[in-house]
Design a protein around this ligand. Sequence first.
Ligand SMILES: [Zn+2]
Ligand SMILES: [Zn+2]
Ligand SMILES: [Zn+2]
Length: 277
Amino acid sequence: MKIKYLGTAAAEGIPAIFCECDNCKKSRKAGGRNIRTRSQALIDNTLLIDFPADTYMHFLEYELPLAKIKNCLITHSHSDHLYPAELIMRKKGFSHINDEKPLVFYSDEAGYNDIKAVKEEKNISDDDILVNKIKLFKEFEVEDYKVTALRAAHDPKSSPVVYIIEKDGKTLFYSNDTSEYPDESMEYLKSLNKPFNLISFDCTEACRNATYVGHLTLDRCIALREKLFEAGAADEKTIFVLNHFSHNGTNVVYDEFVQIAKANKFEVSYDGMEIEF
Ligand SMILES: [Zn+2]
Ligand SMILES: [Zn+2]
Ligand SMILES: [Zn+2]
């Protein structure tokens, strides 16, 4: 399985739109991996995770094959993960797509409702866009992938989930936006009793001392990794990637943070990063 990180920032991007803070200034000046767009990932060039406003930029930057992509998992309804206003562009006439299959979204309640509302308002047919409401803790199939959504610890109004994605014996745990998982999700992970090959963590606040529910810091990622080891969800071969960074984090600028994370045996995502496992 291959994951390509297309966007690796929290809501505002890095540098953040409208911002003059030091992290934003430093990131802009350093360029390259220090620039982060809003959250999106692509599995094996075919299965999309999230649909932020920066999808268009990812389409330009990475030749994202959007006409060919038929399935998209939505983690939650926040705008850095789901930007439904763009969906009218998938309607016939706004785009010309050779094969007739619709783009199918999978989401829990809030994202499902937002996509449905845009479909109704803009009169987008099922031939162009479909949306399925997922059932949590219940495996479903998308293409050749087995997918399971677990409840995330994040703004409940956004119906947040994290995804287990499995194919050919390889398993990815795509885990943002969330802080330490709710008990029901932790119990589910324990019940699987099988280590994941790659775990992608939310590390929104980097080295900042933040304790709120919804996102994580490096210290809390270290503790959560330990819990996943104890739960049997990770072993010494599991690759851990830190993802979803905010300019409000401490030491969050990539060039600075990558050293700190490496010393703690974490990979750090950047826009365009690919990992095959
Ligand atoms: Zn986010
Ligand atoms: Zn800033
Ligand atoms: Zn969010």
